[in-house]
Design a binder for this molecule. Structure first.
Ligand code: NAP
Length: 336
């Protein structure tokens, strides 16, 4: 093993409400000696995820650990095994693991999953076939209890989870799928590329007005990536017995909307269910079979926004928070 250090993005300080580049720094960090059952991985793609924002704060995240100032960030990544002390996993294999935000990592083999670059391109293994797609699948089927014939509304619909959720909903039998996104360009991408039946630009019209136009008879299922105004509008648009899959809260404007709108859930017997994807691993084999089949038959569009280089990783993440991505945002830090 010749690689003894790696460049890594480290947390300098906990950000204020809006993170800035100065909260992070790239540092050279030592790599531990490769132990039994471990792999040295050369990272190729890093996953850019909104969940990092919460993990930078002090407030307990409940489903995962918070990051510590002075330490490297972590997160999902995909790379090539370049040295192995694990029988059965030879150099040259591609693996997904959790030590992203750096160029090389020493990982425990029992915590990686091996991916097949012949079955799908590497970026897809972090996108539609990765946790991103799995979040959409779990959210629709487990939290949202999707039913054939449903009218489904997805927010952040041109993003990674959203573009998967919209496409999966259609393939799983929804009658009508509508989405919202934050620009006219994305609004067009929703219908022209991701095959949504209708789309609204929440910066150009009120979500409530858009929903009245796109789903005049109401919606059955709301896949909520955003919270705030979107959730309030959806509560009013939901039909009796409707369901909300609470996936995330990109808008962070939840505090400006009071809970009296929840009375809609009482009046219309609406179910709101939060979920964390990692609690549903039992569904993963079915998910992978299903999505691999859709990809093979050309029924799914896999789209990524790829930024080059570890030096641009923080910029990519900050850009994603502001809507600078279509589909899955990735950072490429090595040759595929
Ligand atoms: P993403 O949707 O690819 O990127 C985030 C998107 O949020 C941006 O592209 C932007 O799109 C949108 N956005 C930013 N500010 C907004 C605002 N004020 N109002 C409305 N939209 C806004 O990210 P992702 O990785 O797919 O994650 C989507 C959601 O899934 C997040 O809430 C994330 O936390 C959640 N998630 C949950 C789980 C789980 O287990 N529950 C797992 C993974 C992800 P626009 O240009 O359209 O504004």
């Amino acid at each position: 093993m010749t690689t003894r250090t790696t460049r890594a993005v480290c947390l300098v300080r906990r950000p204020a409400r809006d993170p800035v580049p100065e909260d992070f720094a790239i540092e050279e960090r030592p790599l531990p000696a490769l132990g039994a059952g471990q792999l040295l991985v050369r990272n190729v793609y890093l996953s850019v995820d909104p969940s990092l924002r919460g993990r930078l704060q002090q407030a307990r995240m409940h489903y995962t650990h918070n990051l510590v100032p002075g330490e490297p960030l972590d997160g999902r990544a995909l790379g090539e095994v370049v040295a192995s002390r694990t029988p059965g996993i030879e150099p040259g294999r591609f693996v997904r693991h959790q030590l992203g935000w750096r160029e090389h990592a020493v990982v425990e083999a029992r915590h990686v999953s091996i991916v097949d670059p012949v079955l799908a391109p590497l970026p897809t293994w972090l996108g539609l076939l990765g946790s991103t797609g799995f979040t959409a699948y779990v959210g629709l089927l487990r939290a949202g209890e999707l039913r054939p014939g449903d009218t489904v509304f997805v927010s952040a619909a041109a993003g990674a989870v959203g573009s998967a959720a919209g496409q999966f909903a259609r393939l799983l039998g929804a009658k009508r799928v509508v989405g919202s996104a934050g620009s006219e360009r994305k609004r067009r991408v929703l219908t022209e590329e991701f095959r949504y039946d209708g789309a609204l630009d929440y910066r150009a019209e009120r979500v409530r007005d858009g929903l009245a136009r796109l789903a005049p008879h109401g919606i059955d299922l709301y896949f909520d990536n955003v919270g705030g105004e979107h959730l309030v509008a959806a509560l009013h648009a939901l039909r009796p017995g409707g369901r909300v899959a609470l996936c995330g809260a990109m808008s962070r404007d939840g505090e400006t909307h009071d809970l009296r709108h929840l009375m809609q859930a009482v009046l219309k017997r609406i179910t709101l269910r939060g979920f964390i994807v990692r609690d549903h691993e039992d569904l993963r084999p079915e998910f992978e079979r299903c999505v691999a089949g859709w990809l093979a038959s050309g029924e799914l569009v896999a789209r990524e926004t790829v930024v080059e280089g570890l030096d641009n990783a923080v910029g990519a993440w900050l850009s994603m928070l502001r809507g600078g991505n279509i589909g899955k945002m990735l950072v490429q830090v090595g040759e595929a």
